[in-house]
Design a binder for this molecule. Structure first.
Ligand code: ATP
Ligand code: TYD
Length: 244
């Protein structure tokens, strides 16, 4: 499947049209951004690692009955996905306190959150992705009550699958962001699940292995992403054609 035109160039990925109007190519670039794009750097090898981690995780979710965008891996850093009409909200799940939650409510980093928190953010770079709740969605037409019911249910199903998946790799899934889109009336998981949008800590040492290494300038970002992939049992290919 060939890339045709660029549909959208985001901060970390580029979407291309294909000959099939219902399929897009999702290309994972090496660009890393933090603080809503105010810091951008290229991290060689990141795109391929994230593409292959995302593929592995989406395959697992798909096998467990979650509808995902996934079609197939096309190359080290590209995947063929279903073209979705994305909902303009981001869903954040928090199993432990970190990041903005600690800053907002002065909660100690690492505190176990039981039950896990579920938060909604409006996808808007211009507004710095503000925290909202479902009623904003209904009032402003971003999401319907039925769509909210479904994304909340899907998110907790996904959390119940992801926590043990990472646990087996001796990783704590602290928090992460999901994006859903519509395929007709059906809600489908889109975008990506990778160390760029998850917080993952080593279970024993508590070491951060995710994008906080970039945000907090801790170094060894790509090496840590690769360690996550290896712990999940993924053999990462760089610059090579990947066939599945
Ligand atoms: P952010 O990092 O805040 O998500 P961004 O738009 O810069 O912002 P990228 O990951 O670079 O993020 O861009 C990917 C874009 O593609 C996102 O806007 C996402 O909603 C969209 N997208 C992801 N999967 C699909 C899909 N299957 N169909 C259509 N659009 C998709
Ligand atoms: P959060 O703590 O709200 O923000 P910050 O990263 O600024 O401290 O983020 C919670 C999790 O969700 C974290 O793993 C990063 C991810 N996330 C994104 O990937 N993109 C986003 O736009 C948001 C709001 C969160």
């Amino acid at each position: 499947m060939e890339k045709l035109a660029v549909v959208y160039r985001g901060k970390a990925k580029t979407l291309y049209t294909t000959a099939d109007p219902h399929r897009l190519i999702l290309e994972f670039r090496d660009d890393a951004s933090a603080f809503n794009g105010r810091r951008v750097e290229a991290l060689a090898g990141k795109g391929a690692i994230n593409n292959q981690i995302n593929h592995f995780i989406m395959q697992r979710l798909q096998a467990a009955g979650i509808a995902t965008q996934l079609e197939r891996l096309l190359s080290a850093d590209q995947a063929l996905v279903k073209k979705l009409t994305m909902l303009p909200v981001e869903c954040v799940v928090r199993n432990r306190a970190a990041g903005a939650l600690c800053r907002r409510l002065a909660i100690a980093e690492g505190q176990v959150l039981n039950p896990p928190l579920f938060e909604l953010f409006l996808k808007s770079d211009a507004l710095d992705d503000p925290l909202i709740n479902e009623f904003y969605g209904y009032t402003f037409g971003w999401i319907t009550p039925e769509q909210y019911r479904q994304i909340k249910q899907l998110t907790f199903q996904i959390n119940a699958l992801l926590v043990p998946l990472f646990e087996q790799a001796d990783l704590l899934l602290v928090d992460y962001k999901l994006e859903f889109g519509l395929l007709g009336e059906q809600i489908v998981l889109g975008d990506e699940i990778s160390p760029d949008n998850c917080r993952l800590w080593d279970k024993k040492s508590g070491n951060k292995l995710d994008k906080d290494r970039f945000r907090q300038e801790l170094g060894h970002v790509v090496e840590s992403y690769l360690e996550i992939a290896q712990r999940l049992g993924i053999e990462v290919h760089q610059n090579s054609e990947v066939t599945t």
